[in-house]
Design a protein around this ligand. Structure first.
Ligand code: A2P
Ligand code: MG
Ligand code: MG
Ligand code: MG
Length: 341
């Protein structure tokens, strides 16, 4: 009896010391990771944190779709939709960015402000191997503008074209896009067994991750453009660059991923429909891999806090290795002038 009591006590002591050592180990690891992220300069810290935030927003987007009540409303016109997923993802992204970076300027597509629910837990932030170009080593929060599109490809989301959907977080300073996060919440959704969703990140002049750069075929010229916001000017611009194939797909983020993965040579959108939150993150990711994105006349798009939200002069982008000027020179004057008017 006495022996049993002792062995019971001994077992409990061993168990308790095991639990304490596990706790101490994890607490030390957590502290080490936190210290690493706190010691990083602002740009890599903002990119690493935004990757975790975009992943979390992607989960919210999938949850809303799986529950089936999308809460669709129209905004400025019949083809300008908003769902509960756009609203909830925006609240999560803005709330989380404000909590971690209180002094940065954040401009989001939707009216929703950040809330304290669904804030990204610091333990979900992984320290990624992000290179900070030397000119941004001493960047301050007050100098940064973040353009947020909580759900790009809303029309396609409502129609079940789920791989067209992305979450876009674009980081800008001095009017330039310098970092981007593109999260594709439904990547692989048609390949059960493969990991669902992926996140691509970049710093311009630094590095990128989450995607493998591939060159488009050299014996064709594939153009990607809108599927849900077409017009005669949009179609004239596409025809003018003599495509061998036209991929009409949704979302600015999705189209730029096609350029990076070698599935298209150029993205041509001669329409004032895209806004700064549609292009900032895609531009930063595309430029980090050697591609180019500007307006339909080749003029750089400004990303300062006071820049007009609308990209009224359209979008023209090419994959890495494609000559931007050659494509630009084929865009007719009447297309450029239509957008200037
Ligand atoms: N006419 C428009 N009205 C509202 N949003 C537009 C319009 N044209 C483009 N967009 C935005 O730009 C993205 C890319 O355009 P498209 O898919 O037509 O090529 C769209 O997914 C949409 O972003 P969002 O879905 O975030 O509202
Ligand atoms: Mg929208
Ligand atoms: Mg968008
Ligand atoms: Mg959107």
């Amino acid at each position: 009896m006495l022996f049993n009591d002792y062995s019971y006590l001994l077992r409990n002591i061993l168990m308790l010391s095991y639990l304490i050592s596990c706790y101490t180990f994890h607490a030390k690891l957590y502290k080490k990771l936190r210290n690493r992220i706190v010691k990083m300069s602002l740009l890599p810290r903002l990119v690493s944190t935004s990757v975790a935030i975009a992943d979390h927003a992607g989960k919210l987007i999938r949850d809303i779709m799986s529950k089936g009540d999308l809460g669709i409303v129209t905004k400025e016109h019949a083809k300008d939709l908003q769902t509960k997923a756009d609203r909830n993802a925006q609240k999560c992204i803005i709330g989380s960015l404000q909590k971690h970076f209180p002094k940065i300027k954040i401009i989001g597509e939707e009216e929703e402000e950040g809330t304290s629910d669904n804030i990204v837990d610091p333990s979900s932030i992984k320290v990624l191997d992000i290179k900070c170009p030397p000119e941004y080593e001493n960047l301050k929060e007050e100098e940064v503008v973040v353009w947020v599109d909580p759900l790009d490809g809303t029309a396609e989301y409502t129609e079940g074209l789920l791989d067209h959907v992305t979450v876009l977080i674009g980081i800008a300073t001095g009017g330039k896009a310098i970092g981007g996060i593109i999260h594709q919440p439904y990547y692989n959704y048609q390949n059960p067994g493969s990991p669902l969703g992926r996140t691509i990140w970049s710093t311009v002049g630094g590095n990128f991750g989450g995607i493998t750069l591939q060159s488009p075929p050299s014996d064709s010229f594939i153009v990607t453009t809108t599927r849900s916001h077409s017009s005669s000017t949009v179609n004239d611009a596409v025809a003018s660059v003599n495509p061998t194939q036209v991929l009409r797909v949704g979302g600015a983020g999705h189209k730029v991923l096609l350029l990076i993965e070698g599935k298209a040579h150029a993205y041509v959108f001669a329409s004032p429909g895209c806004k700064k939150w549609d292009t900032c993150a895609p531009q930063a990711v595309l430029e980090a891999v050697g591609g180019t994105l500007a307006d339909i006349s080749g003029v750089p798009i400004p990303y300062d806090a006071d820049a007009p939200h609308r990209n009224s002069t359209g979008v023209l982008a090419v994959a890495s290795g494609v000559n931007f000027t050659e494509v630009l020179n084929k865009i007719p004057e009447h297309v450029k002038n239509n957008l200037k008017a």
